[in-house]
Ligand binder design. Structure first.
Ligand SMILES: Cc1cc2nc3c(=O)[nH]c(=O)nc-3n(C[C@H](O)[C@H](O)[C@H](O)COP(=O)(O)OP(=O)(O)OC[C@H]3O[C@@H](n4cnc5c(N)ncnc54)[C@H](O)[C@@H]3O)c2cc1C
Length: 496
């Protein structure tokens, strides 16, 4: 029997959930409030410039490959990947360092910065590999309903190997002491989650993803992933409704009977809520059926928001690679401003992405497509003056490092921060990357995938398990779909 499923949101989680359920033979409609799919990974064009609006690092290629393989497909059926080498460039106070894709070269680089650290890196990465393998095979696909799922998996035994209860910061310092090396290892957790002191050392698996699995780029831009996923969803029969704002749910006998979209009731048998969890729980679900209250949400540690600039530059900018991290200021102070004091930083770190270094399709010849990201605390006040102030500050530092004029050559500029995250995605406190991966917000301690009060509502996306980032969101959608499918009457599966 075919069930009618409504999926709220067309980000990675919504697309993965919709495709997985359609593949099981259900009739799936995705309702997306914006006029295009992809959520935080949407794109826009200005003249001949093509800007990815959100994610730019393609890490964990295995997760994407496994996703398409689930439907008998390959990544290469939908887009072409290129491995970046060097993976990225880091500007320290005393100049740039390129991070090679080759692990032996990376060890040599570490050794040149801190004698003995090449060997330590090998040990660190071996442990990170174990975490990645245990994490990916045993943990991330768990729905995390209860701690019992983890008890079955000998978590006590694996917890030691996974360093679940040790902080990332202490763990990294056991192996390395040079501040440059610590910054290199800590940046993935800082940008995507929380302070390294509060993040479980488990997340050194991100370093394995970075250094061993590599940094990749889908030619045409990150939006190619979205295009590929939408194409696959449509092949499976998923219907997409854009400019379709889900306002509330019609509930009878603890079950959703319809979603209310732009004022109209549309009947359904079940819902996957793949927009921001807080928004669905507090604004879409009627009172009395909410999973949590505002107090609960207020106590959550959100991942950072971001101040972004999309720039078209009418000349080539030398000194930049595809990915560039500007770590030429105090890392700890900026982290404090994001996570402790919740204020605008004095001397921010920032990240510059120049995809036109790899991909001629994202900017006209001889020109550059530049995306700047500065991580900032969620929920803080900002206005045009703040944006202008940080633009000048970042440009001063960029021009000083690169020894060239850039500002004068900017022919298009768009900024994006809390206000837009809230307006465009209903993002709680204007967060960019969902809920932080802190120790008390990991696995079964995250907001639950299944509603306790509504029988046929499942949540997916970066505020629930397994966490923020494109690969986890992709996994979240699959897990939510598989859990929901267990409840539904069996349908005839679509053939590939
Ligand atoms: C600037 C930035 C840079 C990032 N960089 C990286 C990176 O380099 N690598 C990486 O792996 N990750 C990165 N991330 C994180 C990654 O993009 C996210 O974790 C992921 O895209 C989240 O997917 P999602 O499906 O959970 O949510 P979303 O993409 O937000 O999708 C939710 C969708 O729900 C829709 N919606 C909301 N409310 C409603 C409603 N009422 N009715 C209908 N639809 C609704 C929204 O419009 C949206 O389309 C970055 C994020 C940002 C913002």
């Amino acid at each position: 029997m075919t069930s009618k499923i409504a999926v709220i949101g067309s980000g990675f989680a919504g697309l993965a959930a919709a495709t997985s359920l359609a593949d099981k033979g259900h009739q799936v409609t995705v309702f997306e409030k914006n006029s295009s799919p992809g959520g935080r990974a949407r794109h826009f064009t200005s003249g001949d410039f093509h800007f990815d609006m959100g994610p730019s690092w393609y890490w964990m290629p295995d997760v994407f490959e496994d996703y398409f393989a689930r439907f008998g497909k390959k990544v290469s059926d939908y887009y072409t990947l290129k491995r970046l080498d060097p993976s990225y460039r880091v500007y320290f106070e005393d100049g740039p360092v390129d991070i090679p894709a080759d692990f032996d070269e990376l060890k040599a680089l570490f050794e040149s910065i801190e004698p003995g650290s090449g060997k330590q890196l090998e040990i660190f990465m071996d442990e990170a590999k174990t975490k990645y393998e245990i994490g990916m095979s045993k943990f991330v696909f768990k729905p995390s309903h209860t701690i019992m799922e983890f008890a079955e998996l000998n978590i006590a035994r694996d917890a030691m190997k996974l360093n679940l209860f040790k902080s990332f910061s202490a763990y990294a310092r056991k192996h390395f002491s040079h501040p440059k090396l610590l910054q290199l290892l800590e940046f993935p957790v800082l940008f995507l989650g929380a302070k390294p002191e509060k993040t479980p050392a488990l997340y050194s698996l991100m370093n394995y993803a970075d250094s061993k699995l590599g940094t990749w780029y889908p030619m045409g831009g990150m939006s190619e992933i979205v295009k590929g996923m939408v194409a696959l969803a449509e092949e499976k029969g998923v219907e997409f409704k854009y400019d379709a704002n889900v306002e509330t749910l019609v509930i009878r006998e603890r079950a959703i009977k319809a979603v209310v979209v732009n004022g109209y009731e549309i009947e359904c048998d079940a819902v996957v809520g793949a927009a921001d969890y807080h928004h669905i729980d507090q604004n879409i679900v009627p009172k009395g059926f909410r999973q949590y209250d505002e107090k609960y949400w207020d106590k959550r540690t959100m991942s950072p928001s971001s101040l972004l600039y999309y720039l078209a530059v009418d000349k080539k900018v030398s000194g930049l690679l595809h990915h560039n991290l500007f770590f030429d200021t105090d890392f700890g102070k900026h982290a404090e401003a994001i996570y402790d004091t919740l204020e605008w930083p004095d001397n921010p770190l920032f990240y510059v992405c120049t995809p036109s270094k790899t991909d001629p399709s994202v900017a006209p010849e001889g020109k550059e497509n530049v995306f700047i990201l500065m991580p900032v605390a969620p929920g803080i006040k900002e206005n045009d003056d703040t944006r202008d102030f940080y633009y000048e500050l970042i440009m001063d530092r960029l021009e000083a490092h690169l020894g060239m004029d850039i500002r004068k050559h900017v022919t298009f500029k768009r900024s994006y921060a809390h206000k837009e995250f809230q307006h465009d995605y209903n993002a709680f406190k204007g967060n960019a990357y969902g809920l932080a991966n802190t120790l008390d917000q990991t696995a079964f301690l995250k907001p639950k995938l299944k509603s306790k009060k509504i029988k046929n509502l499942y949540y997916a996306g970066q505020l629930t398990t397994p966490g923020p980032g494109v690969p986890p969101s992709l996994i979240s959608g699959q897990v939510a779909a598989d859990e929901l499918n267990k409840l539904l009457p069996k349908a005839v599966a679509m053939s590939v």
